[in-house]
Design a protein around this ligand. Structure first.
Ligand SMILES: [Zn+2]
Length: 68
């Protein structure tokens, strides 16, 4: 597992591990089925909060994430 430096929106921990890559989520919205583009799922190592990012995102620091 690779640790990434970013800030958890719940506990502000800057440690997260990759829980999954190229994950597609499906569901229903207003009676229409949808499927997301492939996502990278990060899990906060402190509180377990799941964060979803476009799989093209690069994870370094929060500041760099906001630039992209
Ligand atoms: Zn957290």
């Amino acid at each position: 597992m690779e640790n990434k430096s970013l800030s958890c929106p719940v506990c502000q921990s800057n440690k997260a591990e990759i829980a999954g890559e190229n994950i597609k989520l499906s569901g229903q919205f207003e009676k229409k089925e949808f499927l997301t583009t492939p996502l990278t799922v990060l899990k906060c190592v402190r509180c377990g909060y799941y964060m979803f990012f476009d799989s093209t995102a690069k994870f370094t620091t929060k500041e760099e994430l906001e630039k992209n």
